[in-house]
Design a protein around this ligand. Structure first.
Ligand code: GLA
Length: 382
């Protein structure tokens, strides 16, 4: 990266490199903005931002992937408006840093990423968090504040009303562990997964147009479900505050669609706890069954799956050594995550790729989901 940086900007003096990972979520989908629980792992796939100060008062950002270089006067950055392209992520972060009273310094940035874009593996959060660290250039910021600041960038500047999961796991990921996040208290605990299993993400290679607008619709539908719940449970602030049994008592009075949306969220929040508990007992088949229940709930009640995701899940469940499979991330394309025996992985990959290709004439990319460390400066630049 250093050579390319020097070639691009003329100098690499003072260069530092920051890494922030993508993620897969094992269970707890569309629960974060309902103040519930999620259980993601940070991946080896990550975004790297190399940054060095410059002496000409500019902010320059070069994307290696796009071979595109953008340049602004630093003083103009705070006044920029969303451009509806990749630069909105780092510029949104710059805006939030300024809003938090952290001044920007003139700098040259170069971005390299191994997180496939639009794949539901959280390339956006990886870009936000790595950019934030590059802008900070070693200035300290509390890790939780870092995650929240990046979430605000996405909500306020990019215009996506996302929850905290993606930015949080990119900051707090840990090698060999999943991270159970309480999206209300914003606390977490590390969950050591049992031996004898591994997780693999399979990419549908599609991203349906619906994703952004449907996400906003779901956020509103959940708000409608909370309003309904309050008729009987006036203290409820979010769907987190009712159990599936309590929700079932109010569901008949709700519009049918709102009842299904709410049912997904309350049962999914419960499934996260059950999954962590099954994991601590080493009950692999219970873990797998919960993943499948999660997928069916997302497919039928929350309606954020699609034909490609359903095909990958249904195919995975027929293959040797598979315990469970589900869509991961926001949905409408992107990836599934499958829990399986490590020795079954090679045959699984071959079989699922062949079946998917036969059905959709596309070869799916497949990624191992080895839990990795959260965002940090890369010290070894060799
Ligand atoms: C996207 C959002 C997250 C979360 C997931 C669904 O990845 O960015 O906050 O809501 O969808 O679980």
């Amino acid at each position: 990266m250093i050579e390319l940086f020097r070639e691009r900007f003329g100098s690499a003096e003072g260069l530092r490199v920051f890494r922030a990972p993508g993620r897969t979520n094992l269970i707890g989908e569309h629960t974060d903005y309902n103040m519930g629980f999620v259980l993601p792992v940070a991946l080896d796939l990550a975004t790297f931002v190399a940054a060095a100060p410059n002496a000409d008062g500019k902010l320059r950002i070069y994307s290696e992937q796009r071979n595109e270089l953008l340049e602004w006067d630093l003083a103009a950055v705070a006044g920029l408006k969303p451009a509806h392209q990749w630069t909105d992520y780092p510029i949104g972060v710059a805006h939030e840093l300024v809003a938090a009273g952290i001044p920007l310094q003139p700098a040259n940035l170069m971005i390299r990423s191994t997180v496939p874009e639009g794949s539901g593996l959280s390339s956006s959060a990886a870009l936000e968090v790595s950019s934030a660290l590059a802008f900070l250039a070693g200035r300290p910021l509390d890790p939780l504040e870092l995650a929240r600041l990046c979430q605000r960038a996405e909500r306020n500047y990019v215009g996506m009303p996302c929850g905290i999961m993606d930015q949080y796991i990119s900051v707090f990921g840990r090698q060999h562990s999943a991270v159970e996040i309480d999206c209300r208290s914003l606390g977490h605990r590390y969950v050591t997964l049992p031996a004898g299993i591994t997780f693999v993400a399979v990419n549908t290679m599609v991203k349906h147009e619906l994703a952004g607008s449907a996400y906003k619709d779901r956020v509103q539908e959940c708000a409608a479900a909370v309003a309904g719940v309050r008729q009987k449970f006036p203290d409820a602030q979010s769907l987190r505050d009712v159990t599936p049994a309590q929700f079932a008592t109010v569901a008949p009075a709700l519009p049918e669609l709102i009842a299904r949306r709410g049912r997904h969220v309350v049962t999914e929040i419960a499934r996260v706890g059950q999954f962590v508990e099954a994991s601590s007992r080493g009950d692999l088949s219970a873990m797998g069954a919960l993943m499948v229940q999660s997928h069916r709930s997302l497919q039928h009640d929350y309606e954020v799956s699609c034909a490609e995701l359903d095909f990958l899940v249904d195919t995975a469940l027929k293959l040797e050594g598979v315990f469970g499979s589900r869509m991961t991330g926001g949905g409408f394309g992107g990836c599934t995550v499958t829990m399986l025996r490590p020795d079954a992985v090679p045959a699984f990959k071959d079989a699922i790729a062949a079946a998917y290709h036969k059905q959709f004439a596309v070869i799916p990319a497949i990624y191992p989901c080895n839990p990795s460390e959260g965002a940090a400066e890369v010290k070894d630049l060799s």
